[in-house]
Design a protein around this ligand. Structure first.
Ligand code: SF4
Length: 369
């Protein structure tokens, strides 16, 4: 029996085959059992990951999730007589299967579904300053297709912050940052952002703040305003760079250009902010593979990036029925297979790292919150 009573969570492993983790409110976080990982998201969907001819990903349906939570509870009940007293004490107020299932409704009272986050923000506290995306027209993206862009009023945001605090309770200790969502939240006016960051810092002191913005909305703030936002806790700005080739940007209907991006990133860096740039690997298919990679790496070389910045490489996932697919077919572009994309991603990561920058994988299929 191994157990860890961390200041932010509880983990124990009764045998080499099983590991259970809980947050400080007693909510199950994850289970490892016989090579399979089960992760519960905040609305109690259970995401299953295992290796079988490659990495497999599933989400349990509600009935399977109920049976899973009941099975975990049975295992814990069986183990209680042999668990050390301090661990039993931590597990005393653990959520029952019904309480875990109720989290879905509670989550949806506080949040619109969270569509996507950068991987290092899966353990953030999300605050939805806005809902949706100001643009919503990139051909490959439907993250916010279900909602029009909306900005929360100051009163709505203040209420949201309180609700989020109540939702997390002591579970907040597991959270490493605050993420201002949805897409393009940093496009709000400086005064709105200033107020939001002030409230964020009061509610979640000490947690660095990150958020998304796109190049075409980035120029809304002056260099002095970016510096002021940094002083209020903003630490990292994530930008969907997608490609270093303007031709690809036009093909995916993303406004902005590499020249705009270079200028914008320079401004952010000058303000002392860290950036996270997201590049898609495989977009434009075989025909664009080389020009896309070369132009993207060239663009990175020109930017004043350093070891605090992050280059995310995202294997491009083509969804049938999206405008991207129709346009790709019409243009006669050949999609890259998954192994081809993986090989390309590994090559690009190596080249990014050889520039002294951090490269990491950003697989949207792994997202959970
Ligand atoms: S700007 Fe970002 S969130 Fe908005 S449609 Fe394009 S990729 Fe999606």
């Amino acid at each position: 029996m191994k157990h860890h009573l961390y200041p932010h969570s509880t983990t124990f492993s009764p045998d080499p085959q099983r590991v259970f983790s809980f947050d400080l409110e007693g909510r199950l976080i994850s289970v490892f059992k016989g090579g399979v990982v089960y992760k519960r998201d905040l609305s109690s969907n259970v995401h299953v990951r295992y290796q079988q001819e490659g990495r497999q990903r599933e989400v349990l349906n509600p009935e399977q999730a109920r049976r899973f939570f009941e099975d975990v509870e049975r295992q814990i009940q069986d183990l209680l007589p042999i668990l050390p007293e301090d661990l039993v004490c931590r597990l005393r107020d653990r959520y029952t299967p019904d309480q875990l299932l109720d989290q879905k409704a509670k989550f949806l009272q506080v949040y619109r579904p969270i569509s996507i986050l950068p991987p290092d923000q899966y353990l953030s506290v999300v605050l939805q300053a806005t809902e949706g995306c100001t643009w919503n027209k990139c051909t490959f993206c439907n993250f916010y297709a279900d909602r029009p862009f909306k900005v929360k009023t100051p009163e709505e945001f203040a209420k949201h912050v309180q609700e989020v605090q109540a939702f997390f309770g002591e579970g907040v200790r597991l959270r490493k940052s605050v993420f201002l969502a949805d897409g393009n939240a940093l496009a709000l006016s400086f005064s709105r952002l200033q107020e939001m960051l002030f409230q964020t810092r009061q509610a979640f002191p000490g947690l660095p703040v990150a958020s998304f913005i796109d190049v075409f909305t980035g120029s809304r703030h002056t260099p002095e305003e970016w510096t002021a936002l940094k002083d209020l806790g903003l630490q990292r700005v994530f930008i969907g760079m997608e490609s270093g080739l303007d031709e690809v940007l036009r093909f995916i209907n993303k406004p902005g250009s590499q020249a705009d991006l270079l200028e914008f990133v320079s401004e952010l860096k000058h303000a002392g902010l860290q950036v996270g740039l997201i590049l898609m690997v495989g977009v434009g298919g075989h025909e664009f593979r080389e020009p896309h990679a070369e132009a993207s790496l060239e663009a990175l070389k020109k930017m004043p990036l350093d070891a605090g910045d992050l280059i995310y490489l995202s294997p491009f996932v083509e969804h049938p029925g999206f405008t991207y697919s129709e346009k790709r077919e019409a243009a006669g572009l050949t999609p890259m297979s998954e192994p081809e994309v993986e090989t390309e991603l590994a090559l690009m990561a190596k080249r990014v790292r050889s520039m002294g920058l951090k490269a990491a994988r950003y697989d949207i299929r792994e997202f959970l919150y």
